[in-house]
Design a protein around this ligand. Structure first.
Ligand SMILES: Nc1ncnc2c1ncn2[C@@H]1O[C@H](COP(=O)(O)OP(=O)(O)O)[C@@H](O)[C@H]1O
Ligand SMILES: [Mg+2]
Length: 275
């Protein structure tokens, strides 16, 4: 049992035998795992492994074909509205409007998330200060850097103070400084509010640096779950890295060049979209 300062941590996400089929194609094949309250949990796997599909099911955007999931004590199937109140979501694709200011983007989401009208302004200010974006509240978001956009999206996902944040590739396409800035804020969020953070990434170094535990998916199946050192140990290789573990459990390869190319392409697409 995972403990923190000697206190037992409860599961805030519990997934049992979750299966998702698209027609005959099995995108998720009877996946089971749980995430403890306050954990930073990395959900890794090659492209097409089922990461985004899992997140979409856990935030009730997609329904599962079989199996069950409980978030913050609420069933995905029986209490989807309560699940939605318990979670914040930063999607893989960009989710801010470049033609609006940072403040306007936040206000739009505050009404979508049903933040009480009287509290909206105060909460937005608090979050902009927390993310060190307060100087830019009147700036059009199309003039933001990639890192600032990601922070704003995280801010939007925090407006209703959810206990769990889902982030789908939050740092893809960011430069190292942007990535570090995003993570400094996510770690602070966890430390201050004990927010559980469930995220996907293609950067093994990042997963290793921030995660309490890691799950590696491969072709819709959970290949392994554990701490970084547990995963490394299972490769039975001396001085194994997380890259080694990833390759060991997915049979795939990590192509630095390919991922960089994709990042650049995505970065460009982001610019086009906001321009
Ligand atoms: N709406 C959909 N209809 C059909 N196939 C889908 C749909 N969404 C995802 N898939 C397929 O499911 C698999 C897993 O996709 P996804 O969860 O996006 O993977 P990942 O995020 O790990 O890259 C992929 O083969 C993808 O093509
Ligand atoms: Mg994905």
């Amino acid at each position: 049992m995972l403990t923190k300062n000697g206190v037992k941590l409860n599961s805030i996400i519990k997934v049992e035998n979750l299966t998702k089929k698209f027609g005959d194609f099995v995108a998720l094949d009877s996946v089971s795992f749980d995430v403890k309250k306050g954990e930073i949990f990395a959900f890794l796997g090659p492209n097409g492994a089922g990461k985004s599909t899992m997140i979409k099911i856990l935030i009730t955007l997609l329904s599962s074909t079989d199996g069950s999931g409980i978030i913050n004590g609420f069933s995905l199937i029986e209490n989807p509205a309560q699940v939605r109140k318990s979670i914040g979501y930063v999607p893989q694709m960009i989710s801010v409007d470049g033609a609006l200011t940072a403040y306007e983007n936040m206000m739009l989401m505050a009404s979508l998330y049903d933040v009480p009208r009287k509290e909206r302004q105060k909460r937005i200010r608090e979050i902009l200060v927390f993310l060190k974006l307060e100087k830019f509240e009147k700036t059009l978001v199309k003039n933001f850097s990639g890192g600032m956009i990601r922070k704003l999206e995280i801010g939007q996902a925090m407006l209703h103070h959810p206990p769990v944040l889902f982030l789908d590739e939050p740092t893809t396409g960011l430069d190292p400084i942007g990535r570090q800035d995003v993570w400094e804020h996510l770690l602070e969020l966890r430390d201050k509010f004990n927010t559980t953070i469930f995220f996907t990434t293609h950067y093994m170094e990042e997963a290793e640096d921030v995660s309490d535990r890691i799950a590696i998916m491969n072709q819709g199946k959970l290949a392994v779950i554990g701490t970084v050192s547990e995963l490394k140990k299972k490769t039975k290789k001396a001085n194994a890295t997380l890259d080694d573990a990833f390759i060991f459990f997915t049979g795939g390869e990590l192509s630095e060049d390919r991922s960089n190319f994709r990042d650049i392409k995505r970065g460009r697409a982001m610019e086009r979209k906001l321009g």
